[in-house]
Design a binder for this molecule. Structure first.
Ligand code: SF4
Length: 386
């Protein structure tokens, strides 16, 4: 199936986290055009490559090595192709192979399976990248090419919906009591798996059914939160605006000094304010450029930059007047990440992996739920005595 052609239902599985938390968002969002970003197109291309590799792994006879090579050749013609896609989709395949080995016997594998979610979500459907079934377990594996934020499998409504759709489709044939949900996000090294019982999945199904019935009618209360950043109404939404203005200008209390508890809370509450202002600025700029009025604001030309009309000719003149050529050029190596991109992930690791050392990053403030262990500057007893 062409990944770019996957139609989007009003209540899409990928948007479930948003419309379950803010039920009127689905209908409100449908008033805005569904645009595709460059990053999404890149993701589509990587998905097509991942699908081809998986087809070759599972259906080797019908989808031979030769067919795979031809398919990859075709995908490489796409202007968004990058060599690193090969390595990242290999990571996805490595994960699939490892998961397949967890099953006692070779599992049944479905690739790019379109799932009917109508029982739970009006007009709902979804496409699962990979489904494995065997020995009373069903596993849904989702390949994510984004590198913005790590996506967790735990209580992930999109994957839980796919699992419900897969249950409808396969349970009478295979019967299973355990559900495994996995996300492979190779660009940021995030592999996340969560296991739940079929009973818990079906309980979620009842919850999602109730939320979907309200959301399909545009009912319920607007509820701004983390999910707003994926909402097409995010710049103009009144509820989000009011919430952020309230958060940005809370003046009811004026403590002289904030406690660490309060700082934690303010950081938490204020996180969306900066994002919301940026969304608002982008929206207002588009309005002004479109000839609409935004009270008190206008679009102007930003600071321009200088550029050569004919650099070769200009350099010729400068060199002729006495400046040595070497002074006009600098030789700079690409960054490590850029070299890896050019060479390809696997080749990079095999050929020069021994010459790479990982230096610790700068201390960063993250949420408590982040998987990385916490660090401090305090010297531990172990360090003192050793
Ligand atoms: S921007 Fe946020 S609050 Fe507004 S409709 Fe979308 S999800 Fe709901």
């Amino acid at each position: 199936m062409n990944h770019a052609d996957r139609a989007h239902a009003l209540l899409s599985a990928s948007g479930a986290h948003r419309w379950m938390n803010c039920t009127p968002s689905a209908v409100l969002e449908s008033k805005f055009p569904d645009t595709t970003s460059e990053a999404a197109k890149e993701g589509t291309l990587a998905h097509e490559l991942a699908e081809a590799k998986l087809q070759n792994y599972v259906n080797t006879k019908e989808f031979s090595k030769r067919k795979l090579t031809n398919r990859i050749k075709k995908l490489k013609e796409n202007e968004l192709w990058q060599n690193e896609m090969d390595g990242f989709t290999d990571d996805y395949m490595d994960f699939i192979r490892r998961e397949a080995l967890r099953f006692e016997a070779t599992p049944y594998v479905a690739i790019e399976e379109k799932l009917d979610l109508e029982t739970y979500v009006p007009g709902g459907f979804g496409t699962a990248d990979c489904i494995m079934i065997g020995g009373g377990t069903i596993e849904i594996i989702d390949f994510k090419y984004g590198k913005g934020v790590p996506v967790a499998a735990e209580e992930n409504p999109q994957l839980m919906l796919y699992a419900l759709g897969a249950h409808e489709k396969y349970n009478f044939l295979y019967g299973f009591s355990e559900v495994r949900l996995s996300i492979v996000q190779p660009r940021i090294g995030n592999n996340s798996t969560w296991t739940l019982s079929l009973d818990d999945l079906l309980a979620f199904g009842e919850k999602v059914k109730a939320a979907a019935a309200i959301a399909a009618e545009g009912g319920g209360e607007f509820h701004p939160g983390d999910w707003c950043r994926f909402c097409r109404a995010k710049a103009q939404c009144r509820a989000r605006a009011e919430e952020n203005v309230k958060l940005a200008f809370q003046t009811e209390r004026k403590p002289e000094l904030l406690t660490n508890d309060e700082i934690g809370r303010f950081l938490d509450q204020g996180e969306d304010v900066a994002k919301w202002l940026k969304d608002l600025q982008e929206y207002a700029l588009a309005q002004c450029l479109g000839g609409k009025e935004v009270a008190g604001w206008k679009a102007v030309e930003g600071r321009g930059t200088r550029d050569w009309v004919d650099m070769d000719k200009a350099f010729e003149i400068i060199i002729a007047s006495g400046t040595p050529q070497e002074m006009l050029w600098e030789k700079k190596p690409l960054t490590l990440a850029q070299v890896e991109k050019v060479v390809g992930k696997k080749e990079f690791a095999t050929e020069v992996g021994d010459y790479v050392v990982k230096k610790p990053g700068k201390p960063t403030l993250v949420r408590e739920s982040d998987k990385r262990p916490a660090i401090t500057n305090k010297i531990s007893a172990d360090e003192v005595f050793n």
